[in-house]
Design a protein around this ligand. Structure first.
Ligand SMILES: [Zn+2]
Length: 191
């Protein structure tokens, strides 16, 4: 077992499933092989009053498909996005600490917006991202959560062509139910 692999937190399992994601949504490659790196993204809607969570969408994507998708993000959007995160110094130092094994415990990390620290139980929507290999999570890549406020800020810096591209992706794989419209906006797919 490689030292940088840890158990996948249940929050990153498919909704109501007892097994991790097993294939890339785009190319269908088998993700349970320990040789394939992949990412998981989930969009959650949370009923604050009753604390009932609903998955709006969720998927796993292998690293080569993710790379292809990244190339469809305009250079301008990519630069804006990098600058956006670089300017959130707290976020950057969180990532650094995490890489050095000195970050917050996972449970803590996954309980609030990684940019604004709003607890997830107080947010009506948020997104989760993580990096995995086989049936493990890669511990040196910090999983993160973006709440509605962070998503809004990000969508403002995306170019129209990038937003179009993300909408195309959304329609192709999720059929674009209306519920998604608010949440998706123009978020970065992967950093
Ligand atoms: Zn793939």
């Amino acid at each position: 077992m490689q030292p940088n692999l840890i158990d996948i937190p249940l929050a990153f399992y498919p909704f109501e499933s007892s097994k991790p994601f097993s294939e890339c949504m785009v190319c269908g490659i088998n993700l349970s092989l320990d040789t394939v790196d992949y990412f998981i993204e989930k969009a959650i809607k949370n009923n604050i009053e009753y604390q009932i969570e609903d998955v709006v969408f969720e998927y796993a994507i292998c690293s080569s498909c993710a790379q292809n998708m990244q190339q469809s993000i305009s250079k301008q959007s990519m630069e804006n996005m990098q600058a956006f995160f670089a300017n959130h110094h707290q976020f950057m130092s969180k990532i650094q600490a995490h890489q050095q094994g000195q970050g917050e415990p996972l449970e803590e990390l996954l309980s609030k917006c990684s940019l604004h620290n709003e607890p997830i139980i107080a947010m009506s929507e948020y997104m989760m991202f993580g990096h995995f290999r086989g049936d493990k999570m890669i511990s040196t890549t910090m999983p993160y959560i973006l709440g509605g406020k962070a998503m809004d800020e990000l969508s403002e810096i995306m170019s129209n062509e990038t937003i179009d591209e993300m909408n195309r992706f959304k329609n192709e794989y999720f059929g674009g139910p209306m519920e998604l419209e608010d949440l998706w906006k123009g978020k970065p797919v992967f950093l």
